[in-house]
Write a new protein. Sequence first.
Length: 93
Amino acid sequence: IKMSASEIDPLLLRAARGEEVERVPVWMMRQAGRHMKSYRELCVKYKTFRERSEIAEVATEISLQPWRAYGLDGCILFSDILTPFPGMGIEFE
């Protein structure tokens, strides 16, 4: 049995393409996890916002915490608007 892309692609991607979907997808931004104990524990280990947004493994974990906890259709990557600056040679505190 061969399945079409719309049958195997996640709900959020199908909705983003404008396809008809069975329900409205639900996702959370990174702020969604601030109330979670697991997020607060990471904040103890990674004290600065820059650490939490610039260490890929930490940013990924923060992004996935609410997704795992609530079984959502997607999540938005934990990052910051300033994250690209060091790569462009612009330092900041």
